[in-house]
Design a protein around this ligand. Structure first.
Ligand code: ADP
Ligand code: MG
Length: 214
């Protein structure tokens, strides 16, 4: 399982810039759960996502009164949901959730995801927790979707349905394999009774099969 990644930003433009880069790696069906108190920077981050997708960030506003906004015209349509005033997952249905979650042209960003707990698909949801540190300082903690891992060769995130899991791609897989042939990876040496004093370990020098009759 990939570990959460933490980063700090020292002004809103930095949060936006990071989000724009993140958006470049997003694919249809991806969901972003944006956790954090009022003023933490959730909407600011969505503005960056829009920019990264090729949508005018100026069109992004807090959807608090609309519950949901859809921004089109980019590489993917960005659906922006503010769940703060939603009563729960049931009310999502009225927003056309069933259609959105399977739409092959859409990514979804949700503010206050705790209000619709359980509705977000864990294998597609990246959680970003924003924490207010100082006036212009925020900490972003990014947790990749469940089942994702980090490629041992490239360090890239790998989704669970990747045909080369846990490697990012075929090339990364081959590089790792080459590492084995080149002796980069080694197994610990086998036990050598001449060199290893095993007398402290009960039964260690006996045939392991003989233990089973105890
Ligand atoms: P939320 O949607 O979480 O309520 P907003 O994005 O609407 O938060 O507001 C965040 C406020 O904090 C904005 O006024 C923004 O300019 C300010 N801010 C200051 N520093 C940062 C930062 N590093 N990242 C994001 N926003 C920041
Ligand atoms: Mg907001």
């Amino acid at each position: 399982m990939a570990d959460p990644v933490t980063l700090n930003t020292t002004d809103p433009a930095q949060t936006e810039a990071w989000a724009a880069e993140f958006a470049a790696s997003m694919k249809a069906g991806d969901v972003l759960a944006l956790d954090g108190e009022l003023g933490a920077g959730k909407t600011t981050l969505v503005r960056g996502l829009a920019r990264g997708l090729g949508i005018d960030p100026g069109t992004v506003s807090s959807p608090t009164f609309a519950l949901m906004n859809e921004y089109e015209g980019g590489r993917l349509t960005l659906v922006h949901i503010d769940a703060y005033r939603l009563s729960g997952p049931d009310e999502l249905a009225s927003l056309g959730w069933e259609r959105l979650i399977d739409d092959p042209t859409v990514v979804i960003a949700v503010e206050w995801p705790s209000k619709i707990e359980g509705a977000l698909p864990p294998e597609r949801t990246t959680t970003i927790a924003l924490q207010h540190i100082g006036e212009h300082s925020r900490t972003l903690t990014v947790t990749p979707p469940r089942g994702w891992t980090t490629c041992p060769t490239t360090g890239k995130r790998v989704p669970p349905d990747s045909p080369t899991w846990p490697f990012a791609d075929r090339q990364a897989q081959l590089v790792d394999l080459y590492g084995w042939f080149a002796g980069k990876h080694t197994i610990s040496r086998p036990v050598d009774p001449e060199r290893d004093d095993l007398s402290d370990i009960p039964h260690a020098t006996e045939d392991p099969a003989s233990d089973q009759t105890d």
